[in-house]
Each structure stands twice: as C-alpha cells, then as structure tokens.
Ligand binder design. Structure first.
Ligand code: ATP
Length: 355
C-alpha cells in the first residue's frame, strides 16, 4: 500500500478552480516534484497536504490515517515554504531547535540533533547568527535544517532553492537529494524549474491549469512527453505538424512537408505533432541529411552551440556540442539530420491522463 494517498483533491475559490482532481499514490521514501507554470496549482496542492488549505473535496491519507480532521500542527510534516520564514528574533540554532522544543526533546539529544541538522546543510558555523545576518541561500538551508531536525515522515518543499545563485543551486540540488535519500524522507517538492525537477525526483507530476497532465519518471517525462504542452515546458523542443498516411504497401508514412518517413506508429491517427529535441538534431554537409537548411542565428553557451536554422518546415533549434572546432556561421547552407527514433509523436488533442 502506498504511504501517502491523495485522492480526488480539489480546491475551488468561488467559481475558480485552483486544483482539480489531484490523485496520486506516493511510496515511502519517494521524491516527487510538482512542476508547472506559475498559477497552475502547485502550491495549493502542497498547502492542502500541509493542512494550511482546506480541500473543497478529496481525501489525504498518510500511513493509513485520513488527515482531513488533523490540524496542520499535528500532522508532523516538515515544511519549507517560501512564505514560512525563519523567526527573526531567534538565532539559527534556536530556529532549528524550535520544533524539538515543541516536541519536548530535551538535553543532550536536542543539542546533538540541532548540530547534526546544521551540519547536514553545511551551516554548522552559523549557529549563533540571526536570520538577518544570513544570505537568502543560507536562510533557505537553515529552513531545511529546521524542517529535517524533527525527522518528519513527510517533507514538503516549496521552491526550496529559489534564492540560491546558479552554482550553489546546482550543488544544493544534488546535496538535498543525497540528504533525502540518506534520511529516507518521503518528499514532495514544488518547482517551476524543469531541470531541478528532472535532476532530483523519482517521479515528476506536470501540472497545468490546476490539473495533472503527466506523472512519470524524469526520463520518461523528457523523452515521452504526454502532449505538446509537456514537451515544450519540460525542456526545449521543435514541434512540427505532420500527417500519418498508410501507403499502398501497408506501411505507415509520416508526411512532414516534403519529407516522407516510414515509421512504426500503427495505432496512431492523423494528424500528429512531432517533437524533436534540439540536441537530437545534427547539422551536416549539404546533401547528407534529411532536410536542407540555412543557418540564421547562433548563440554560444559554453558546452554547446545553439543554432537557429531556416528549413522548409520552418525555423528549427539545433544544439550542437562545442568540440572546439569552428562553428557554423550565419548564412551557411547545411543539412539537418536526425535518427528516426528521435522523433516523438504527440496527439494533437490532449489525451486523458493514463496510469
Ligand atoms: P506559483 O509558481 O506562481 O507559485 P502555483 O502553481 O503554486 O504558482 P498556486 O499558488 O497554487 O499556483 O495558485 C493556483 C491558482 O489559485 C492561481 O491562479 C491563484 O491565483 C489561485 N489562488 C491561490 N490562492 C487563492 C485564494 N486564496 N483565493 C483565490 N484564488 C487563489
């Protein structure tokens, strides 16, 4: 049986539906991210689990217990919300020990757990400082220590790394994941940063307009997005409109502009959208690829070059690794090539969410 069961959770404000029918079983120790654009209902979902927002309908069960009548402060959930700030009049260590005081953990055990929690987030040297004496990122780490010190069965994180600079953010992503795996805490994290969700989670829930659009592991979310929205939101992609046509020999042909490609898609119906990730495309000498093109723009991004090329199918994004060799110049004629397997076919109509 799953550890946390969310069944048909909905939240309406008057006529407006912030979250609609959120249903998910989460295993113990799992790390699940809620990913989606601003206003899609991520925080509202988290807040219902925390007990700060009362669901309009639906059930939340944790370890077999229905939580709807359990007040937020009795749920024992560790919470790191952006709005859930540190107490300004308490030092870092007082902030962290607060939850232990509430639970009457005393003496040497209390002191040791505070020290351990601060070490865990690399804030051991800051115990005596006040929140105003810390950077935004340091505050976030203290907030994390404060949540973890009570050893919660469930940890809820709302954009926990949003105040960090890019480098520290990446380090903390990997550290937070390691801490979570070491401690084994079931964790739900809200983020609108797709790379954060992909790099940290066991499963990603993509949301849009209050609804779940896809639930899958990170690789599947990226490689097999459920629809055009997910493919465009989780990473960048080229979306091409095509048609599937059965030819006289019974093969399924994908028509993309002038291109005719035989593909294995017996169960699909036309028309289709095709998602082609920029990193799956290659620029090759003219006459050697599927599609002729002209380079119309390029951007250097350190490890990669980002090209824009004009083709008969419209403008495409192509990412190429920086191999130290001269790159393609604007105006240059090239061909674009890709393996057939790189094409991911999407229904043009959104599909209902499958298991
Ligand atoms: P963000 O990434 O910007 O934090 P989010 O996905 O977390 O967005 P929510 O905060 O869950 O989005 O909000 C979902 C929708 O519900 C938004 O359109 C928001 O305006 C609306 N909403 C949230 N709280 C209330 C409220 N108390 N009254 C009315 N509408 C609300």
């Amino acid at each position: 049986m799953s550890y946390l069961r969310l069944a048909g959770l909905s939240k309406r404000y008057g006529d407006f539906t912030a979250v609609e029918d959120f249903t998910l079983d989460i295993e113990q120790g799992e790390f699940v991210s809620l990913l989606g654009p601003s206003g899609c209902g991520k925080t509202t979902t988290l807040s219902m689990i925390a007990g700060f927002t009362t669901p309009t309908s639906g059930r939340i069960e944790m370890a077999g217990t229905e939580l709807s009548r359990v007040p937020a402060n009795k749920r024992g959930i560790g919470i790191v919300f952006q709005s859930y700030a540190l107490f300004p009049h308490m030092t870092v260590s007082e902030n962290v020990r607060f939850g232990l005081d509430m639970r009457r953990v005393k003496g040497a055990e209390c002191t040791q757990r505070v020290v351990d929690a601060l070490e865990l987030v690399r804030m051991g040297g800051f115990a005596k400082r006040y929140p105003r004496e810390l950077s935004g990122g340091q505050r976030q780490r203290v907030a994390l220590a404060r949540a973890l010190v009570i050893r919660p069965p469930l940890l809820l994180l709302d954009e926990p790394l949003s105040n960090l600079d890019a480098k520290l953010r990446e380090e903390m992503q990997s550290e937070l994941r390691q801490i979570q795996q070491r401690v084994g805490t079931t964790t739900i994290m809200v983020t609108h940063d797709q790379s954060e969700a992909l790099s940290m989670s066991d499963r990603v829930v993509v949301m849009r307009d209050g609804r779940m659009v896809q639930v899958a592991d990170p690789l599947k979310t990226y490689e097999s997005p459920a629809d055009a929205f997910v493919s465009g939101f989780v990473g960048k992609t080229n979306l091409l409109e095509g048609r599937l046509v059965a030819d006289q020999e019974g093969r399924t042909m994908l028509h993309l502009g002038e291109l005719r490609l035989e593909i294995d898609a017996a169960s699909r119906t036309e028309p289709v959208s095709v998602s082609l990730r920029p990193e799956k495309l290659r620029l090759v000498p003219t006459g050697q690829g599927r599609l002729s093109a002209r380079v119309v723009g390029r951007q250097f991004a350190g490890a990669t070059w980002h090209y824009r090329v004009e083709t008969g199918l419209g403008e495409l994004m192509v990412n190429a690794p920086n191999l130290g060799t001269p790159s393609h110049a604007s105006g240059e004629r090239v061909d674009v090539d890709w393996p057939l397997a790189a094409m991911h076919l999407l229904d043009t109509e959104p599909r209902p969410l499958g298991p």
